[in-house]
Design a protein around this ligand. Structure first.
Ligand code: FBP
Length: 552
């Protein structure tokens, strides 16, 4: 296979590690903090995680005593959607393991969590690892969305690990995968299997974050990739002055990606799902808000603009949330019968007859294409696949309709031509930014240290990320500390709390205080492509969200 020049050059990039992780690995010690506590639901969590709840947080520091390491077998799994930097987590883990003892082995289970169940793995060698350093994608071992959550699956994991003398498993995933990692860790501990589980925080969505996890990896590269594309579109819009571009951005429920892209590109309009939910804004009110800005700008001949729409928006609009909730329950219950109906009109009748009056009205107010999209297959959690619903098209269509009415009434005389875009997969496998390359390598290297310091049910934590990498802190926190109890499929379940955009947080407040200016005075900024070589202020900057959140 022929490599691009950038790929060849990126192989040679040496990720920056926190100073402590650059020490001789045999001379790194662990300082234990006080017993940890979850933010809520202590008793329920304690009873479900009797072996792994309440463990102390750990910080690595230089030790005076030299430690020798016996050879061990460790395995790694990539779980869920791709995020730039995943390969570097594995490279960091591999390098640390080999620094500690060359005879140790790293197993990569293939295709995500199903790899362990199917006993399908690769033994990672220098040759394999070297050909993936600092590259995007998860193709070194592949990923998948199989959930490890039942006792039968856990028993199978133990059996496969024991067959290969694997004593530690590193699971690289988002909130659900790390929740399941914690449950697996508890299972191993309570069933006397000497297998440790350590998690690493991955997801472009940026919704796995808290005090110990400042950001999940991949977010940085994804938002910079989208911001480059949005900036390019803004410049095109500003040059041609004839299109309104509606751009949907990935991110599932949370609007972190959209908010960060807005901070980087200052578009005309940005919708933030969390605010829409809090204000109880209806779909027509959102449309009226956009139409009013379009009309106002048209008075000065500015018949163009850029609108950012978060992927999960539809689920936060009150009447749509109700509708989607009813559809989810209905399809979970009667999905098989629904699946046997072929004719679209019959399908609609089947659905309409089972919806409440309010949801029925909401459903029928939507264009047929969107109705069909709302009825597509659910994901493994039973949720609607928001990436497949064309909310951006729906909004463009409804705004156009509202403007027609305004034209009729004489309150609008402009022109409204739209272009529709969805940026999602474009940002998940790019070459990791220097930030993600450094952060991911550190997370993986650090995960190995957590293993040799006996941690089970911990997540790799690198903090102080707005400072230069050398000053980052390395350690780990028990996953149970990040959990609470939530209703899932009718039962209270322990889960890692998803972090949505905080309306009281500095990033949102900064955006809110600027959005009116950006709406009426074209203020586009053009971030350009991610730079890998050059001055640190161009190449090594964290996101604006991270900087604003950690502003002193
Ligand atoms: P993870 O939460 O697994 O990291 O995936 C994130 C994501 O990219 C979402 O933004 C998006 O909604 C979803 O994956 C798309 O899933 P799929 O890759 O299965 O189409």
């Amino acid at each position: 296979m022929k490599n691009s020049i950038l790929q060849e050059i990126r192989y040679k990039y040496s990720p920056k590690l926190p100073a402590i992780l650059r020490e001789d690995i045999h001379m790194i010690g662990a300082r234990h903090g006080a017993p940890s506590r979850s933010e809520s639901d202590h008793e329920a969590l304690q009873s479900q995680f009797s072996h792994t709840y309440g463990l102390p947080g750990i910080i690595f520091e230089k030790s005076e005593t030299k430690r020798a390491f016996d050879p061990i077998h460790v395995a790694v799994i990539l779980s869920g959607g791709q995020a730039p930097g995943g390969h570097n987590v594995i490279c960091g883990l591999f390098d640390a393991l080999k620094h500690a003892n060359k005879a140790s082995k790293l197993f990569g289970f293939k295709g995500g969590p199903s790899g362990i169940l199917n006993d399908d793995f690769l033994i990672l060698t220098d040759e394999i690892v070297d050909s993936y350093r600092n590259t995007g994608g998860f193709d070194m071992i592949g990923s998948g969305r199989t959930k490890l959550e039942t006792n039968e699956q856990f028993a199978r994991c133990a059996q496969v690990c024991e067959e290969h003398d694997i004593t530690a498993l590193v699971i690289i995933g988002g909130d659900d995968s790390n929740t399941n990692a914690a449950v697996l860790a508890e299972y191993f501990a309570s069933h006397n299997h000497a297998i440790q589980v350590v998690g690493c925080p991955k997801t472009i969505d940026g919704d796995l974050k808290n005090e110990s996890i400042e950001i999940s990896f991949g977010f940085d590269t994804a938002v910079k990739t989208y911001s480059e594309l949005i900036g390019n579109i803004e410049r095109d819009a500003n040059s041609a002055r004839k299109y309104w571009h509606f751009i949907k951005l990935m991110g599932r429920s949370a609007s972190h990606i959209t908010l960060e892209c807005a901070l980087q590109t200052q578009p005309t309009i940005t919708l933030i799902s969390e605010e829409i939910e809090k204000e109880g804004t209806t779909l027509q009110e959102i449309v009226d808000y956009i139409a009013a800005i379009v009309a106002k700008r048209s008075e000065s001949n500015e018949n163009f603009g850029v609108v950012l729409v978060p992927e999960g928006l539809i689920e936060f609009i009150p009447e749509m949330k109700l509708l989607i909730g009813e559809l989810n329950t209905l399809l979970a219950k009667d999905g098989n019968r629904y699946g046997t109906i072929q004719d679209w009109d019959d399908r609609q009748t089947f659905i309409i007859e089972r919806l409440s009056k309010v949801s029925c009205d909401a459903f029928q107010s939507l264009p047929v294409e969107i109705r069909k999209q709302l009825l597509m297959d659910r994901d493994p959690h039973g949720n609607v696949q928001v990436s497949r619903i064309e909310t951006e098209r729906l909004l463009a269509h409804m705004v156009s309709h509202t403007l027609e009415q305004m034209k009729h009434e004489g309150s609008y005389r402009g022109k409204f031509s739209t272009n529709i875009h969805f940026f999602g997969y474009e940002g998940r496998c790019g070459f990791p930014s220097n930030f993600d390359a450094d952060y991911c390598y550190s997370l993986g290297y650090n995960a190995f240290l957590l293993i040799v310091h006996g941690c089970n049910g911990y997540i790799s934590s690198i903090t102080g990320l707005t400072k230069p990498a050398e000053q980052w802190k390395a350690g780990g926190v028990p996953i149970t500390m990040m959990m609470n109890m939530e209703m899932r499929h009718g039962h209270m379940k322990p889960v890692i709390k998803k972090a949505l955009v905080e309306l009281e947080g500095k990033p949102f407040k900064y955006f809110a205080s600027h959005r009116d200016t950006w709406a009426y005075t074209t203020s586009f900024t053009y971030p350009g492509a991610i730079q890998y070589f050059g001055p640190a202020e161009v190449c090594d900057q964290p996101t604006m969200t991270l900087k604003l959140e950690h502003q002193e």
